[in-house]
Design a protein around this ligand. Structure first.
Ligand SMILES: NC(=O)c1ccc[n+]([C@@H]2O[C@H](COP(=O)([O-])OP(=O)(O)OC[C@H]3O[C@@H](n4cnc5c(N)ncnc54)[C@H](O)[C@@H]3O)[C@@H](O)[C@H]2O)c1
Length: 255
């Protein structure tokens, strides 16, 4: 058990990648706070973890609201007395051409996918600094490193997450607090349900990566557990692409 006795907050834990990370952390011995804007499903995930013998408490949290984020942090402190690990996973995506993006759409993408993660870092860091230990894992996207069409706000925010990861790692130099990012490729989560069911994309997208399959939420969860574990204590300011090699090589259809 690589995370035995660690207190971990996972945002966006009600669905997809966040749910898989929360469950993986529980099997590694961590005590969980499952936080999500969808509080009732976050509680279902916490119930599932408890049913499997783990420890988990849920809290309805909108990461764009600082009050919610501080209440989320207090939940971990109240139950577990510390926050060892923060996984900034909550996110959402607007897909439409740039000229159809309203100012609100743009702002929403920055608020959920970047500023919300900043709020969470600011809320937990005083506890990590006081304890002299912390692991922050930011779930970004390969869209933070390469351009993707029709996602201008999302891509800009994910690029910001990668930059914030490096900057915060530098701020935490010598504090025994590491800050790293994961950049998933195409993962078969509810966020991608419509793409996966679209016959024009669907299984064809397997051919766009080198492993030749859709990623699973569990593929990402294993790397998150590694980054939160002692095995990764000499890694900080880093991004690991969990994308089946999507951006390692330029693959054209038919190759
Ligand atoms: N699925 C992919 O292919 C893929 C690829 C790259 C990056 N990602 C990133 O992975 C993360 C998880 O995505 P997923 O695929 O599991 O999506 P998902 O839609 O299945 O889950 C996202 C979760 O975040 C929650 N959420 C949304 N806004 C929130 C807010 N303001 N406050 C708190 N919770 C909020 C949702 O309720 C949901 O439970 C996201 O940051 C996403 O951008 C996913």
């Amino acid at each position: 058990m690589r995370l035995k006795g660690k207190s971990a907050i996972v945002t966006g834990a009600a669905s997809g990648i966040g749910r898989a990370i929360a469950k993986k952390f529980a099997t590694e011995g961590a005590h969980l706070v499952t936080a999500d804007i969808d509080g009732s499903t976050a509680e279902t995930v916490a119930e599932e973890i408890r049913a499997d013998g783990g420890t988990a408490h849920s809290i309805a949290t909108d990461i764009t609201k600082r009050g919610d984020v501080y209440a989320m942090t207090d939940t971990a402190i109240d139950y577990f007395g510390k926050v060892d690990v923060l996984v900034n996973n909550a996110g959402s995506r607007i897909v439409k051409p740039i000229l159809d993006h309203s100012e609100d759409d743009w702002q929403r993408m920055l608020d959920v996918n970047l500023t919300g993660h900043f709020h969470c870092c600011q809320a937990v860091l005083p506890h990590m600094l006081a304890a002299g230990f912390g692991r922050i894992v930011n779930v970004a996207s390969i869209a933070g490193s390469v351009g993707r069409p029709n996602r201008i706000g999302y891509v800009a925010a994910k690029g910001g997450t990668l930059a914030m990861t490096r900057a915060l790692a530098a701020d935490m130099a010598g504090k025994n607090i590491t800050v790293n990012a994961l950049a998933p490729g195409m993962i078969a989560s509810p966020m991608n349900q419509a793409v996966k069911e679209n016959p024009d994309f669907g299984d064809n997208w397997n051919n766009d990566n080198l492993v030749r399959r859709w990623g699973k939420p569990e593929d990402v969860a294993g790397i998150a557990a590694f980054l939160a574990s002692d095995e990764a204590s000499f890694i900080t300011g880093e991004t690991i692409n969990v994308d089946g090699g999507s951006i390692a090589a330029l693959i054209r259809r038919g190759e």
